[in-house]
Design a protein. Structure first.
Length: 305
């Protein structure tokens, strides 16, 4: 059985580089879907990983739909080619809701398979995939009035995927917070937020209950001056290697239980730093649907640890 890696539009080069660095040989490319005959790896630039793919001859639309239903209930279609024929097959499968998520809500837990038509008479399908959303794409009922920018969508998606949300009684540190998109999310969830940035917060964010601002550099901040925090967040624009040193310093302090940080790439993709983040015990490094040329690092401890 093969493995297929689906990447977001415009990031095929990053995924190919990542797979090559890991020794994964791509045997076939089906638009943004890269197929390998080797076992799956945790590829950050893959928005969805299809495990144990099966190829089936498609004798008819009805038989193709019956074959998929025989494996499991829920299926997401990826159809860069042969779209009309694929849509006719998908119409015969149980409906999978694509309604935008109302934040905060955890990601779905029901198994969701993926399939595509490699040719009009050949289907590729995987009953087990890494993403809980069709093709790794999640949409939200957006908040168009409260946040000062659209960066909040990245944090919404990260927390939805973690299935954990900071709330009352939890202390959060938001590094590089201005103008306050992420601080806004955390404040609205009821958490205590310490926002760190030399630039001030948007006045509407600064006025939220539980939000305080310190006009300091995130990189000069000493962990001991803040004390224990339940969550450390960072959407700072900096080189990933510098962010890694910051994260390692806070991890060494023992004062942080959970991390959510954006790795922003300037120019080329720093795969080495991304691999170093992914190697941290318990870490996830993902290209979220709302990421651009960046990845999101998440490290979450169990509640109470």
């Amino acid at each position: 059985m093969s493995t297929a890696y689906l990447t977001a539009d415009g990031f095929e080069a990053q995924l190919r580089e990542e797979l090559k660095r890991a020794g994964i040989v791509v045997s076939t490319a089906h638009d943004r879907l890269l197929i390998s005959e080797q076992p799956a790896i945790a590829a950050a630039w893959a928005t969805n990983i299809w495990h144990d793919c099966i190829e089936w001859p498609v004798e008819s639309i009805g038989n193709a739909a019956k074959a998929l239903r025989g494996l499991q209930r829920n299926w997401a279609m990826y159809a860069p080619l042969h779209h009309r024929r694929a849509a006719l097959i998908q119409e015969r499968l149980p409906h999978v809701s694509a309604k935008p998520i109302v934040f905060p809500a955890p990601a779905p837990t029901a198994p969701l398979g993926s399939w595509t038509l490699l040719a009009p008479d050949m289907m590729l399908a995987a009953a087990h995939c890494s993403a809980p959303f069709p093709n790794g794409e999640v949409s939200f009922v957006e908040d168009r009035e409260g946040p000062p920018n659209r960066a909040y969508l990245k944090l919404w998606e990260a927390l939805v995927r973690l299935r954990r949300f900071p709330g009352p009684g939890e202390r959060c540190l938001d590094l590089g917070a201005s103008p306050g998109g992420w601080t806004y999310v955390l404040g609205k969830l009821g958490a205590e937020v310490i926002a760190i940035d030399k630039a001030a917060l948007d006045p509407r964010v600064a006025a939220l209950p539980g939000v305080s601002w310190r006009g300091e550099s995130a990189f000069a901040l000493e962990p001991e001056s803040v004390g224990p925090v339940d969550w450390l967040f960072s959407d700072i624009i900096c080189y990933p290697a510098r962010l890694l040193r910051l994260v390692e310093r806070w991890r060494a302090s023992g004062l942080v239980r959970n991390f959510v940080c954006t790795l922003k790439f300037q120019g080329g993709t720093d795969h080495e730093s991304a691999e170093a983040f992914a190697a941290l015990p318990g870490a996830q490094v993902l290209h979220l649907h709302h990421n651009k040329h960046e990845l999101t690092f998440m490290l979450s401890s169990a509640p109470g640890t």
